[in-house]
Design a protein around this ligand. Sequence first.
Ligand SMILES: Nc1ncnc2c1ncn2[C@@H]1O[C@H](COP(=O)(O)OP(=O)(O)OP(=O)(O)O)[C@@H](O)[C@H]1O
Length: 599
Amino acid sequence: MQAIIYYIRQLQRLSGVKLYLNLLGMVISSLLESSAILLLVPMLGMAGLQLGGTGAAYNLPVLGFISELPQTSALGLVLGAYVFIVLCQNLISRFVAVRNVEIQQSYSRQLRYEVYSALLRAEWSFFLKKRTSDLINIMTTEMARVLAGISCFLQFLTSLLFTLVQIAFAFWLSPKMTLAVLVCAVLLSLFSRRFIRKAKKLGSRSSLLGQMYLAGISDQLNGIKDIKSNNLEQSRLDWLHEFTGEVKNEQLDYTRLRSNSQLLYKMSSTLLIAVFIFVSFRFLHAEGPNLLLVILVFARLWPTFATLQSLMEQLASVLPSFKQLKQLEEECLQAAEQGTSDGSGMPVEAITLKQSLEARNVHFRYQPQEPQYSLQGVNVTIPANRMTAIVGRSGAGKSTLVDLLMGLMQPESGDILADGKPITGERLLSYRRSIGYVAQDPFLYNATIRDNLTMIKPDASEEELWEALEFASSADFVRRLPQGLDTLIGDRGIRLSGGERQRLVLARAIIRKPSILVLDEATSALDTENEKRIQEALDRLKHSVTLIVIAHRLSTIRGADQILVIDQGRVIQQGVFGGLASDKGGMFSRLLSSQEEAM
Ligand SMILES: Nc1ncnc2c1ncn2[C@@H]1O[C@H](COP(=O)(O)OP(=O)(O)OP(=O)(O)O)[C@@H](O)[C@H]1O
């Protein structure tokens, strides 16, 4: 319940007086609705219309003048008043409905924005621990359930107010009977508490199933090539078949629960009304309008209890979603990077690295509770405007070192310094803006080539775009495409070859003219000719940009100004290509020989 209150408070803060005005509108609307129907009976009685039995039993002093009018005028007046009240009620409820949507949609927008910005501000290590599909699930399905839950809560509040108004009316017309109805309602609600508990449990199961479904489907669609090439289609379909069976059962359980509770309310309503009529008629000797009133009061009051019960069950079923969203927000807050937003929305100026980038006695491990360090006691200096290559066996710690150098993660102990200053706090974002990065597995957005490039530099001119493409040896293939720069490249750039993707990502990385360019195996998918062209371009670049290159193919780093050899999280060798190659007992020479043998 705490989580719901937290989000409702947010809604209250955002909507302010509008929310209260709407609630007031709802009260007035329900007041008018009640009065329209409940007052019709006594008003008609006063107008002299005999409804059987003894006629008007409830004299309303304020409306006493009606009985003095001629019958036709009185009837016209009463019916006119009835139409007027209904019109006002409908106009108010129309206004309230539109305002409700406005309030809810503004809140939905704000909530999505807040959660997503908290997510984007979380540090990289947060994402390493999270499953992407779980985050997508929270941002889509669970978020939608939370918003539906908020709407449900507002409906609950409206129904509650409506019920209170109905009770007040009913009490005014027949206190005894209202008390009797209330006692029955309280007893029934005590009995119905187990429905709410069960709805909460089913809500958790539904959330879990949704999470599992998204995780399964995303995994499989990401690995669709593997599924097709290994003929795994049937096994995946079997998984889906089994899974949808569980979803079906869960939905059936939920429907059973809701219809059971509604059945209980409907049956008790029928039973109670029969008892009330019998008692009123047999023992209280009520007739005509009195009996009609008994039915009216009961028929209007009881469904509101049933609605309240149904809304409470719905709320209980979305409670787990509220908890999940709140937990995600809290985790993001805990994992927030320092200095990544000053809240002003002002563009951050990139820094220019002038002297060096330095790792000083850096220790790092992914799981603080485990003894194994991915990096230990690393001391390196990367001179500005030079090319530094990082090599080592698989799992040696190359990517970890580069992630730390890029400020994506913070060392457990030790420092990362840019021109002697730590890249933490306020400096982190401007430092990050000075970096261009090309990953081992190049990522492109499902958009046009132009969009992919301008995403990094929105104000890039046509000339700058082609210059970057030329640099990355991509201009030729882009020119050959039917729509050139405006060609759509598909999901993750699937319509391009691996090498074309890599060159495009390189073009994107350099379009912002970064001070530091990090290439993680960036030329692995290139043919010899393109690799040579990129090597030449990098050689030209290396005097104006600080280049950090992770390389498996050692032939690509002959021109590096410095090579760092890493093994088991430590820098074990450091030097230039020739020097390291001639150290025959060293790791570099062993890596070189094994590559030469493989060729
Ligand atoms: N997200 C992670 N969680 C836990 N351990 C990790 C994680 N990423 C890497 N490691 C571990 O840290 C060590 C260094 O990994 P790293 O990715 O830096 O190696 P690498 O030299 O870049 O390897 P490769 O050349 O295969 O990419 C490895 O032992 C690896 O298992």
